[in-house]
Design a protein around this ligand. Structure first.
Ligand code: PLP
Length: 504
């Protein structure tokens, strides 16, 4: 057989100059984005049909020319994107995206190592393990603790709870399945992020096995009710296997009493997991660290650099006190992956520590950001974010047209628009919910600022979460002015006659 000719099959293999020219044009767009970001509208308020029609197109049989391609990309980026890196984006928990982190993603994709296997990604695996060991030490876990980099908080919580389930069941649940033993239960507060409930679903125990424990007036889990729930389950023959403590709840930034939870878990012999996906980095700062006392006793921690460490999406971490348990929970052998580790000195394969098989070099964007900025830059900025949230809380309290909804927690401030002339009545409360819900939607559509919401004991409130190194006090003042301007317009439109001044 004659050797197949390489022509015309080289289309996909660009030479380095062509690659460079292409990347340069990509970087030009990125630079323009960074330059224009503060002046741009955060969102364009378009509906899905408009966006679909604008950004989708037929895949061509032949290549698009670079000019056409970059004109198209420019439109995708500037006309149909939402910008979490904008200084007045304060919704959900969405980091601004570090600049070195974005560059690292390009490099990681360029090298294209597969961190599923050590031999395919030696540097990636060793950096990832070093990084997770370092994070574990920042939380006060022992030197031997480590973990892996995953897609985000949802996956980090799921992996940790899978380890907890496998460890706590008391039978070989990986092989025998759930039906080989008594029913299992896990415990968390009503404020715990929904991903832990979904983890229960994915673990096969079902969301009914999640005991949602009520919270105190600061939105922290009620320990007395937690103890009762565990005792009740034990009496019913149910096996408790995990308690999830929150180190920064998504709604209000509340931190559960971690020290007491750790003691309770130790006494009860239950796995202590901490969801620190949002709040975790605050534990690295001197001023906020005391809130996290007890986190060092956790069996596992979920923690998201793509939130309050600002690295680009996606990159979360699961940290485990005893990393052997990760391997016990996930290791599996494939006949087509055989290697002589003794002869080669190869290290740990990432695929043995989590549910993914192929794995990208996600750790690089976190690692490069830490190297480029240094630890102190993070610590300073995280404290500053929390200070800004307290500033926003104080401004809200100074203004007659707003009301603080709960104490500021970490870098989250919840408040609501309160127009003048409303009586204190159930009807007015119901109206305030309607008004504030519309207000949030209209602020988001407006594009000058971007807030989200929380629902606190049936009150619908606006919520600002500052995990953005571009946000400063003037942005917070602007957000309140914008919300007041839109709020006044909506109030004039929506207030029922019975709540208008002078109504009988
Ligand atoms: C406390 C907490 N846990 C878990 C998650 C889910 O994390 P991710 O969106 O990275 O999957 C979030 C998201 O906001 C969160 O705030």
């Amino acid at each position: 057989m004659t050797a197949p000719s390489p022509e015309p099959f080289r289309d996909l293999d660009w030479d380095p100059q062509r690659a460079r020219a292409f990347a340069d044009r990509t970087v030009d767009l990125w630079q323009e984005l960074l330059e224009r970001l503060p002046e741009m509208s955060i969102t364009h308020g378009e509906d899905w049909g408009t966006v679909r029609d604008a950004v989708t197109r037929e895949i061509p049989e032949g290549p698009l020319g670079d000019d056409e391609l970059f004109a198209y990309l420019r439109e995708v980026v500037f006309e149909h994107s939402t910008f979490p890196g904008h200084p007045r984006f304060m919704a959900y928990i969405s980091g601004a995206g570090t600049v070195p982190g974005a560059a690292a993603d390009l490099l990681a994709a360029g090298v294209n190592m597969n961190a599923g296997g050590w031999m395919l990604a030696p540097a990636a695996m060793e950096i990832e393990l070093h990084l997770t060991r370092w994070f574990a030490r920042q939380f006060g876990l022992p030197e031997t603790a480590s973990g892996i980099v995953v897609s985000g908080g949802a996956m980090a919580n799921f992996i940790a709870l899978k380890v907890a389930r496998d460890r706590g069941a008391g039978w070989d649940i990986r092989v025998e399945g759930l039906t080989a033993g008594p029913p299992l239960a896990m415990y968390m507060s009503t404020e715990t992020h929904v991903v832990s409930t979904r983890a229960a679903d994915m673990l096969g125990i079902g969301s009914k096995a999640v005991r949602k424990i009520p919270v105190d007036e600061r939105f922290r889990v009620r320990l007395d009710l937690l103890r009762e729930a565990i005792a009740h389950d034990r009496a019913d023959g149910v096996r408790p296997f995990a308690v999830v403590g929150s180190a920064g709840t998504v709604a209000t930034g509340a931190v559960d009493p971690l020290d007491e939870l750790a003691r309770l878990c130790r006494d009860e012999g239950i796995w202590f997991h901490v969801d620190a996906a949002y709040g975790g980095p605050a534990a690295f700062t001197d001023d906020l660290r005391p809130l996290f006392a007890g986190i060092e006793q956790a069996d596992s921690i979920a923690f998201d650099p793509h939130k309050w460490m600002y690295t680009p999406l996606t990159g979360g971490c699961v940290l485990v006190r005893d990393p052997q348990l990760l391997a016990d929970s996930f290791s599996i052998q494939a006949a087509y992956v055989r290697q002589d580790k003794e002869r080669t000195g190869r290290g740990i394969d990432g695929t043995q520590l989590g549910p993914q098989f192929s794995r990208g070099f996600w750790a690089l964007k976190i690692w490069m950001s830490l190297l480029a900025h240094g630890r102190q830059a993070y610590v300073r900025r995280i404290s500053h974010d929390a200070e800004l949230a307290r500033y926003l809380g104080a401004r809200v309290q100074e203004r007659p047209d707003f009301e603080l909804a709960c104490p500021v927690g970490l870098s989250i401030c919840c408040f609501r628009y309160l127009p003048a002339g409303l009586p204190a009545s159930p009807e007015a409360e119901a109206y305030l919910n309607v008004l504030n819900e519309r207000l949030m939607t209209d602020v988001q559509q407006d594009g000058r600022a971007f807030l989200s919401n929380a629902v606190l004991e049936d009150r619908y409130v606006l919520r600002a979460c500052i995990v953005n190194f571009r946000t400063e006090a003037e942005d917070l003042d602007a957000v309140l002015d914008i919300a007041a301007e839109i709020g006044a317009r909506l109030d004039a439109e929506l207030r029922p006659g019975s709540l208008k001044q002078g109504a009988a």
